[in-house]
Design a protein around this ligand. Structure first.
Ligand SMILES: C[S@@+](CC[C@H](N)C(=O)[O-])C[C@H]1O[C@@H](n2cnc3c(N)ncnc32)[C@H](O)[C@@H]1O
Length: 200
């Protein structure tokens, strides 16, 4: 991780109020839509949105799922997510502190949907996080993120190399496979963004 968890939490809390309106890139929109579509929870299933931010994915899935759990490290982002859940009357969604390698979830979950945050972790930490998620025994893991399918020349990154540490698609597929998942779909939105769907 190029920055500590506390640094990332502070960084996101500082922009929480404006975060939603800043997510206007084509790549973010495409990944978020694909993650929501692929998650496809049944009405009695529990979804875990890890790195939920302001709850974009969690709240989109709330009408379909039985229960949605959102976890994040940023108090500011969580407060924004809670405000939106209350305004939308989503009573089956709960938000709270939790991190990739310590999700703070003491029940099994059916679908896990991290969108746009695993790239903050170093590759070895991503692998550990995927193993921790596998221990929650989800039937489906949908990962939307910055992921590289080609070498990106310096200066052409669509992410921030000083704080972000995206993996190659190959590294992510290998980590998911090693944790017992089968990658059933990989949609590359561009050379720098994509969505992986993994089942078991
Ligand atoms: C780019 S936002 C994405 C938010 C949301 N998933 C979305 O699609 O809009 C990244 C979020 O990941 C959170 N985050 C960063 N590192 C994390 C970690 N180790 N564990 C849990 N959340 C983390 C940040 O606080 C932030 O809210």
């Amino acid at each position: 991780m190029k920055r500590s968890i506390e640094d990332h939490a502070e960084r996101f809390s500082a922009v929480a109020a404006e975060y939603d309106e800043q997510q206007d890139s084509e790549e973010y929109g495409a990944c978020a839509s694909l993650v929501i579509e692929a998650a496809d929870p049944d009405s009695d299933e529990t979804v875990l949105d890890l790195g939920t931010g302001t709850g974009a994915i969690a709240l989109a899935l709330a009408p379909e799922a039985g229960r949605v759990i959102g976890r994040d490290i940023s108090e500011g982002m969580l407060a924004e997510a809670e405000r939106k859940a209350e305004a939308g009357g989503h009573e089956n969604v709960t938000f709270g502190e939790g991190r990739f390698r310590e999700p703070n979830v003491d029940e099994s979950v059916d679908v896990v949907v991290p969108n746009f945050e695993m790239h903050h972790l170093a590759d070895e930490e991503k692998r550990e996080a995927i193993e921790v998620i596998a221990d929650l025994e989800p039937r489906r893991f949908v990962l939307g993120d910055v992921m590289l399918s080609a070498a990106i020349p310096e200066g052409e990154e669509q992410y921030s190399p000083e704080v972000d540490d995206p993996a190659t698609v190959g590294v992510l597929v290998e980590a998911l496979t090693d944790a017992g998942f089968t990658v059933s779909d990989a949609t590359l939105v561009s050379e720098q963004y994509g969505v992986l769907v993994a089942d078991r």
